[in-house]
Design a protein around this ligand. Sequence first.
Ligand code: SF4
Length: 147
Amino acid sequence: MNLTEIKDKPIYPIRTAAELLGISVHTLRMYEREGLILPHKTEGNQRSYSQADIDRIECIRRAINENKISINGIKTIYSLIPCWELVHCSEQDRRNCKAYLGHTEPCWTYNHPNTTCENRDCRECEVYTNHSSCGEVKELIRKISGN
Ligand code: SF4
């Protein structure tokens, strides 16, 4: 197993994840309800978090506590990630996609029937995994615009 696979392995139950982050289980669940985080679910439907999940939530916490960005603000930033450039969906998909048309919710919070994302696992998708911080979102936009 390489380092990335180790970091992505869901190993922490919700209580342990909350303890590691110094936050309550309630807050962790709220981040999930708001669509900021997609925890792994076990066969018994128990949430399980990887080190990559912990790092992502720490990044979200810094945005909230240090940069004073609200949860709605973070959702808006995530909603601006140009996912269509990364998954190369068709014009037809874009016309029908709430994520493409909207600007308040991250793409992974929507259902995507009859589109290229229909059967993709958002937790494994680079749109979700690679852009948890504002810096990463900006770097992506720079790359796409060729600057
Ligand atoms: S698979 Fe999920 S995270 Fe990836 S672009 Fe589609 S909706 Fe967004």
